[in-house]
Design a protein around this ligand. Sequence first.
Ligand code: ZN
Length: 486
Amino acid sequence: MPNLFNPRIFVLSMRLDELPPRESFLDWYNEIVEKAGLTDKRYPIKGMNVWTPYGWKIMQSVDSLIRREFDATGHDEVNFPTLIPETEFAKEAEHIKGFGKDVFWVTHAGENELDVRLLLRPTSETAMYPMFSLWIRSHSDLPLKIYQIVSTFRYETKQTRAFIRVREIHFFESHTAHRDFEDAEKQIKEDLEILDRLMKKLCLPYLMHRRPDWDKFAGAYYSLGIDTLMEGKILQIGSIHQYRDNFSRPYDIEYEDENGEHRYVHQTTFGMSERLLGAVIGIHGDEHGLILPPAIAPYQVVIVPIPKKGHQEEVYAACRELEEELSGAGYRVHLDDRDMRPGNKYYQWEIKGVPIRIELGLRDMENGTVMLFRRDTLEKESVQRRGVAEKIAEIMQDIEKHLYVRAMKKMEGSIKEVSNLSETDPESMPEIIKASWCGKESCGIKMEEITDMNVLGTAEPEEKSQEKCLICGEKAEKYIYLSKTY
Ligand code: ZN
């Protein structure tokens, strides 16, 4: 088995030419996913890609951030079976209506046709809740807070795309059960705080939308969509749902309260997926390749020796010493000592999005300096060798801030309130439209038709409008947002 994590395996088999320009965004995206060694889509099932080592390492770092957050807030990790019996799946009517067309079925075991068909989980409500009804007995069992990070399966019929639209999804889902609606609402507040901390680490700005009733999750009381802007279109990167007792009734999840009364629990879920990685690629990357936030970069620092004839050993020894020092300081650092021109190494690590590169040659050694290169700004700076570990901490913080603010400004600049939908020149249409809305479904649908966009929902927390509905002219209560979506 070759060491696929070694960049040479990927890069040598590739053309060392430029990436497509960012303006041809989807070509650029496809190419960068492949060239950076994130996934291999040649696996013979469409939409089920192989996670190759570099991509998997990044995803695992994202998962670690998620685990840290959920463990710290009293959630326990579990792992449920992949298969769900049709009988359980069919219990919540809305749910099966929403997912029915998207599931993969297992109909046979060996040569026998199964009495009860099994399906590959598209999400895990119907796998978990029969167990919840066994686990939860009394008010002292509540709240129940669990999560898992597993593959889910959806038969996508649209064009598949790495990390954005796939049929086997690397999925995070938390499920909680509470004694009443208010306690479930508190959970959603906690989810929002978790989300905010996580997104800062991934340098991803986001918008929170309460989805309209016609677009909420199958079976939910309400759904919050977590949306980000990627190249002029909205990418949903997660969702939070309030189920109230919509699932606990069909699944019979009851508890006995202090007075001996039986009550149904109230439930919430929070889901995110590998789309987080898709967003990181698409939002931060440039024409040189990926730009990884330091928190999830497999290597935060790469050291490239600048060899000089007759002084090879000195230079390499100095590089090794620096590598040990930085790794001792807690950085994920890699010394690239391959026999290859430094320029080629730069090129490869830039594609892979390593946040900081250090170049170290004889002249630097004599001057007591090193050359630092920042992937996000492409700036080079000669800094003192002494104290370089502290300097890197500073720069990494600055990279995090810079990536976040840059993406945030772009997103905020794309939102515009419009006073007329039909007369607006399509060319000058903002990427995200904010419109006064009366709250009626028919007016929302009409807005989608006129703009050829999707309703994202109302902002969370809600913003009151003093204007009139742009469709029916009646008093508008709120604003609704629309955009093109992935
Ligand atoms: Zn209206």
